[in-house]
Design a binder for this molecule. Sequence first.
Ligand SMILES: Cc1ncc(COP(=O)(O)O)c(C=O)c1O
Length: 375
Amino acid sequence: MKLFDVYPLYDVTPVSAKGIEVMDDKGQKYLDFYGGHAVISIGHSHPHYVNRLKDQLDKIGFYSNSIKNPLQTELASKIGELSNCGDYNLFMCNSGAEANENALKMASFHTGKPKVIAFNNGFHGRTSAAVATTDNPKINAPINKQQEVTFLAFEDFEGLEKALQTGAYCAVILEAIQGVGGLDEPSTGFYQFLQEKCNQYNTLIIADEVQSGFGRSGTFFAFQHHGITPDIISIAKGMGNGFPVGGVLIHETIEASYGLLGTTFGGNHLACAATMAVLEVLEQENLMENATLLGAYFLQKAKAIPQVKKVKGRGLMLGLEFDFAVSDLRKKLIHNQYMFTGGSANKNLLRFLPALNITKDHIDVFFEALKAELV
Ligand SMILES: Cc1ncc(COP(=O)(O)O)c(C=O)c1O
């Protein structure tokens, strides 16, 4: 059997990794400034993470959600404590798409309404309702196009109110900082308006924090830069540092009932141990603070590079915008400088999504390499 060929691959085969260093099968070391799409939050093979997973595997790795799992309860309270979101309840699943799928379904159950508002250039995953709210017709099959989704631009105050006034929308879903789309974000004024109008017309706000959450933007969640209270928050990626885990934080005003949501693998013992280890490292190593400080340092270094037209993002969810497409630059950074970086729907944007415990030295090395490839 061959692989179903959907991924265009770079010719690199990693065999081991530690911190932000990744070693390939030929013994070449790479610096990982991309974290496999913002997944590696505390560094590859962090010792605390490895030990927690090994210990858990020695005890019990999995049982279904039909028995008690105190690790889930402990995790919910730890997430609540670190995020300041103690007034939400946690439902665990396995990926970002699944988190958004459950979020959208809950919004529809709760309000009894079918339609959703999403934003231009957004990405919410590849499952049924999640992909329908993703602004990319190429990844929407006819079966997905049956969903009723209205796409708006950020800052379209009038369009938003006009749509919400119809009373037909269960949810507005948005990434607090767009990831795949290219690091755009709404203004605080737009967020405040969104909150006010959603309250008025009984529509829920779903904050997709799959990429921007778990400390990446310098606060636990990126919406927290704007002082709003979403009804549902979806999480994944950095949550497990590579272990496939996702979840939804559902505000306590939204009621649960037996059987409403469910999953076989979601919230298993290993997933809980991986997420708990991430939270413990975030706390012990002050990684949210590090993300803020190093984000500011990155900005300062970027300003000294004349080819950089704009720096986008917050914390360690960052991008450098040039006036040319960056795909060749990314190839040169991999093959000449041995560094992984990311692209986005904005072809001129180079994304920088490292582990949250990188140092100033790492950023210095990145900018020296970038300068060398820009001459
Ligand atoms: C903001 C956002 N939401 C959802 C997803 C989907 O996550 P997953 O690939 O784990 O299904 C992604 C993935 O890139 C994402 O960036």
